[in-house]
Ligand binder design. Sequence first.
Ligand code: ADP
Length: 491
Amino acid sequence: MNNLVLGGLLWLIHHYTSIPTLWLLAIFLCGSVLFSLLLGWLVSNYISQPIAILTQVVAHISPDNEAVAAPDTNTNIIGREIVTALANKIYQITTNTSRLTSSLELKNIDLHNNVIAKFLPIPLIILNQDSNIIFANGAALQYVHKTEADTVNKNINSVLNMSFKDENTFESWLMNSRANVVVASQRWDHVKLELEENPKPLFFDLAAYYNKGHPYGYETMLVLFDHTNLYGQSDNAMNYVALAVHELRTPLTLLRGYIEALEEHMGNRLTVEDSAFVKQMDAAAQQLVTFINNVLNVARINDDQFAIQLREENWGQVITSTINDMRLRATVQGITLELAIAPNLPTVAVDKISMYEVISNLIDNAIKYSANGKRIVIKSYINKYGLIETSIQDFGVGIPESVMPNLFDKFYRSHRSRNQVNGTGLGLYLCKSIVTAHGGNIWVNSKEGNGSIFSFTVLPFANLPKNLNNGKPNAVSNVHGWIKNHTLYRQ
Ligand code: ADP
């Protein structure tokens, strides 16, 4: 092929220039040889990539070659899966062998005698492939208030009670890394650590490095960056705000009572305009109730004081009564609420009061972000997994894709919302915490400019898993804003 191209090129040159044929023939021969060599070199380089990676794996595990880093088998090579599987096998064999000889080898590289590891002024913890702590430096022991005897040879989950902001926990990352990769690293911010001896939790950012089949058994390295003061401050501020907000409840209840009495006593005598004013006052008071409840509930979640009590309920009734309460707010904004509840829904296992908070927050948002949209559609039905799914659809501003991953975070508000619509960034965080504690899921589908559909699931009463509330549907369980690191500890 390359000869054809080259030949064609030379024929053109020959046709349009006066270079002698002999010269052209010589150029043709040289060019052809050079081109073939280059092509051959590129192809063989590409084909031999897997062998190069496997060679690096062997070099990495060989004790004389400590400086050779473990290769990244995730790069774009041919036969990536086979290469990763082979690399994993090699690591496995080495680990088993190195276990036999570990006592001998560990002596040589004992981290307790390594000045850098030992005196590093940042907490450093090393785990073996069973997730047992094999080394914790002085800074780590001091930070987590433990001694070497409390930590070494103990499972990380029994020593450190870590919680994460979402399901992407250290444990899930480690399990995923063990199954799929040879080397990996990851960072988490705002990790919470509860200590038995200390009523106040510690907060830190966590960085971890994973190296499958490390020859000395140092499979996972964890480094903790303390931010207790910084992150703890927002929790303290929340408690302070909750204290202040709590004081608003009594006057607000009085105000709502007077508004209701005004409507009842003066109803007939009010002009249409006056009546509209009273309705607006009522709707504004209702919105204030949602705000106060959100602040108080989030403060309770922070303190692990938000309890839900699952009971058998008629889901249609739960939705309808909440929507009836929200109808006035919608009407005042010129929006109609359309409701479609599938017939014959089975009874559900929910805490009615908490679910009221979820539905009213989602409808409140749908109203706030409706812009020119005049309809909100609420549907409830059994989905393909047999769960009861409820969706709240608005036709308003929609949500840019870039902000979607953060929507359910505490205090998160998109830039645009911050300037245009009042809010606290607590509503969706609260919804997620409550729905998750019910064993359900919450998510959003949205397109900027076209509106959003927020959906969540609850369990049919008959499906209530045995492990939720220990199988006792009327038992109380707490709503946590945090996901515990280890699945065994998950509520
Ligand atoms: P708040 O509404 O008080 O700001 P939320 O936690 O309820 O707090 O919502 C977080 C952010 O999610 C909002 O600031 C907004 O940017 C976005 N959002 C929530 N619901 C909607 C919706 N229905 N349409 C568009 N954006 C929404």
